[in-house]
Design a protein around this ligand. Structure first.
Ligand SMILES: Nc1ncnc2c1ncn2[C@@H]1O[C@H](COP(=O)(O)OP(=O)(O)OP(=O)(O)O)[C@@H](O)[C@H]1O
Ligand SMILES: [Mg+2]
Length: 372
């Protein structure tokens, strides 16, 4: 079946070859008829021709078969059926023979055409399937590549973060504890010199206060408790105030008047997005202002964080879109947003014109209490 279809496919590719094979089959049928003329005496020459027509209908296509049938009919009548060298149909039997030959040939051609149409449909479906598999494989490869890069970078970032916290604890908390220890030993050793000891104790109390504040700041920056307890609006106000103080960037926070609670994961995602955008504005934009705007339209919350800094060149925008930048900030935001069924868009009208990050997140029913 496979060899047959390959042979006919090859023949169908060359139109001259199709006609040549059809005519050769007819010629061969006449040759057999001529060789067996003694044995087949009195039988219709159409018997051998039918086989030739069957062959051309199966392998050579419709038009070559029509030509083969026409030539066979004329030649058989002219050279093999009495009276020879005439096209006249002299009796009822000859008419029946001719009609049967034409009918069977027509049937063969119909079957051949139906088979070719089926083969063509199968071939197209096969090609389409292969195409789709190739596309899917390429998409999967790209997604896998992105994921591998992201997880490697995340792990590296986690190590960096741990190192940073450890250094922070060592440099600030550790130093203060060491000072506290020294003060206490002074108090112990110089207990008789009470005045000195009172100073040391006062100093220690101040150190303990500072230590407390430092630990609270570190822990609150890692995960603000306000976010869980008082909600996104309070956490954003607290964070943007602190950010403005630390970075000297003027932050303009625009929240809907009655800002209620959203689902926990939605609030965390929005908080992390704003945190990353503000950090990026501080690190990359050179802008002296940052504008955060939260709004709701229909069933989605829209977060827009914009600056008036150096913006992004089209090349940089392409690199970010293809995840070809070494940073994980934008990729991490995009992944968080994607997991909640939302979208993230970065707009920049070129260098020197500022950048705006726009995130749209669907609000699951019953979880929204944002009033625009
Ligand atoms: N507000 C902005 N203004 C100008 N360029 C920006 C801004 N935000 C991001 N970029 C550019 O986009 C790049 C990608 O940002 P992304 O946050 O993914 O990485 P990063 O900040 O460099 O590193 P990471 O966030 O992993 O610490 C940055 O390197 C920077 O060049
Ligand atoms: Mg970043």
């Amino acid at each position: 079946m496979r060899t047959h279809s390959t042979l006919s496919a090859r023949l169908l590719g060359y139109s001259a070859a199709r006609y040549a094979f059809a005519l050769l089959a007819v010629a061969f049928a006449f040759f057999v008829q001529w060789v067996l003329r003694g044995v087949l005496h009195g039988y219709s020459p159409y018997l051998t021709l039918i086989a030739a027509i069957g062959f051309s209908a199966w392998y050579c296509g419709l038009l070559p078969s029509v030509v083969a049938v026409t030539i066979s009919t004329l030649a058989a009548r002219y050279w093999f059926i009495r009276p020879i060298h005439s096209f006249q149909i002299s009796n009822f039997e000859q008419a029946i023979g001719l009609a049967t030959f034409l009918l069977v040939s027509g049937l063969f051609m119909l079957m051949g055409e139906a088979r070719r149409r089926d083969n063509e449909i199968l071939r197209l479906a096969h090609a389409d399937l292969e195409n789709r598999i190739r596309q899917r494989t390429a998409e999967l490869d790209a997604a896998n590549h992105g994921l591998r890069q992201l997880s490697a970078r995340l792990m590296q970032l986690q190590d960096d973060e741990r190192r940073r916290i450890a250094r922070e604890l060592h440099d600030s908390v550790g130093q203060m504890l060491a000072a506290l220890g020294m003060n206490l030993s002074t108090v112990k050793a110089d207990l008789e010199r009470l005045t000195k000891a009172v100073n040391a104790v006062t100093d220690s109390a101040a150190l303990v206060d500072e230590l407390n504040k430092e630990i609270r700041t570190i822990s609150h920056l890692l995960h603000p408790p306000l976010l869980d307890e008082a909600g996104l609006a309070s956490a954003l106000r607290w964070y943007s105030d602190g950010f403005a103080q630390r970075s000297k960037i003027q932050v303009d926070l625009d929240l809907p008047a009655q800002f209620g609670r959203l689902s926990g994961e939605l609030e965390t995602t929005i908080f992390r997005v704003v945190q990353e955008c503000l950090t990026n504005i501080h690190r990359h934009s050179g802008s002296s202002v940052a504008k955060i705007r939260l709004s709701q339209s229909g069933d989605e919350v829209i977060v827009r964080v914009a600056d008036e800094g150096r913006g992004l060149s089209p090349k940089k925008q392409d690199a970010i879109a293809e995840a070809a930048t070494p940073g994980v900030g934008v990729r991490g935001m995009r992944e968080r947003v994607r997991q909640l069924g939302g979208t993230l868009e970065i707009n920049s009208n070129g260098e020197g014109r500022g950048t705006a990050v726009i995130v749209r997140l669907p609000v699951t029913q019953g979880a929204s209490t944002v009033a625009a």
